[in-house]
Design a protein around this ligand. Structure first.
Ligand SMILES: Nc1ncnc2c1ncn2[C@@H]1O[C@H](COP(=O)(O)OP(=O)(O)OP(=O)(O)O)[C@@H](O)[C@H]1O
Ligand SMILES: [Mg+2]
Length: 325
């Protein structure tokens, strides 16, 4: 079977800066492929190249077997795109936005209306179909944007951070819709910086860092790495470095790291370790200044999976003035 997405050595440079650095991967049909990475990792830049918005500096890709450079039209016909910037028209109603998009794709009138009605229904927007989008909540807008991306019965749907900046209820709705779409056969390419989201939705997860793929794995691998990265962080009144080896003896602790005036105790059983730290302090007459249990961070998990450090490349790293297509 043809891969839904096949990427070979895809690269994007902005001047001297390499935003995406020779990445290669395959997405099988029917997958939810997660592209997980911190700010500035290159997720949006990759999505923009795969969807024909930006031209690669090197390398190429195919969508459902169609080369994005040489058969761009055929490739685009098979895909739907939801970018990080909403492409809905605020002055139009939900219905008119869908019909307008359908016209852009050249759907015939009868088919346009049938498809728009079907999507409004699926995305729970039937009741507000004639309302001006300007009045929509963020969640409603996001649902409409995804619906619009599906107007041409896309085989592959690109979603760039579809749940970012939404309330909990809307996040849940969007995730349910992604699952439903996938169950109906749509292949999904989803970028996120949220590990839980990647675990919950994806069948394969690529972790991207500084424009390079550090690891491609399953949600199970990611989950296992996450479980290992729970920790208890503690600061004592006298932050003596020599405490580190003693702290290793506390129940559940598998590694101790000194970070500034704090000790970070990595543990598989945070509650046991937490009470162990209190006993430890009491027995030695140490005063605890602060103590916290910490969940895994993307940085920790990335180091655990790849042995490399994650680097946040803020979008300010390259000046706005210099930004180019
Ligand atoms: N048009 C551009 N001109 C110059 N630099 C750019 C341009 N677009 C992106 N970059 C830089 O490329 C890097 C990757 O950006 P990109 O937007 O792909 O990251 P991202 O993984 O989507 O991050 P985020 O999680 O913040 O959305 C960043 O350092 C960014 O500043
Ligand atoms: Mg982005």
């Amino acid at each position: 079977m043809t891969s839904a997405i096949s990427v070979t050595s895809l690269t994007k440079k902005f001047g001297d800066f390499t935003a995406v650095d020779h990445i290669s991967f395959e997405v099988e049909q029917g997958e939810v492929f997660g592209f997980l990475g911190p700010n500035g990792a290159g997720k949006t830049t990759t999505t923009r190249m795969l969807t024909g918005i930006s031209t690669p500096t090197a390398g190429t890709a195919t969508i459902m077997g169609h080369d994005i450079l040489h058969h761009a039209f055929a490739a685009k016909e098979r895909m739907g795109v939801v970018t990080d910037l909403s492409n809905v028209y605020n002055d139009l109603s939900a219905w008119d936005n869908l019909i307008f998009t359908a016209k852009l794709y050249g759907l015939e009138r009868h088919h346009r209306e049938e498809k728009a009605a079907e999507l409004l229904d699926m995305f729970g927007l039937q009741e507000v179909r004639d309302d001006n989008v300007r009045e929509f909540s963020g969640g409603m807008k996001r649902r409409l944007t995804i619906a619009m991306a599906l107007i041409n019965d896309a085989d592959v749907l690109f979603l760039d951070e579809p749940t970012t900046a939404l309330d909990v209820q809307s996040v849940r709705t969007i995730r349910r819709l992604i699952r439903e779409l996938n169950e109906n056969g749509t292949t999904i390419f989803l970028t996120t910086h949220n590990m839980q989201e990647a675990n919950e939705l994806c069948s394969t997860i690529a972790i991207i860092n500084q424009g390079k793929i550090g690891k491609i794995g399953t949600p199970e691998e990611l989950k296992q790495a996450m479980e290992k990265m729970h920790s208890v962080e503690v600061a004592f009144e006298s932050g003596r470095h020599s405490l580190a080896s003693d702290l290793e003896g506390i129940e559940g602790v598998r590694e101790v790291q000194k970070r500034g005036d704090k000790f970070r105790l990595f543990t598989l059983t945070p509650p046991d370790t937490l009470s162990g730290v209190f006993t430890f302090a009491r027995e030695r007459g140490l005063r605890i200044l602060s103590i916290n249990t910490l969940g895994p961070t993307l940085e920790d998990v990335f180091v655990e999976l790849t042995g490399e450090e994650i680097v946040h490349r803020s979008n300010s790293q390259t000046s706005k003035k210099k930004r180019r297509k």
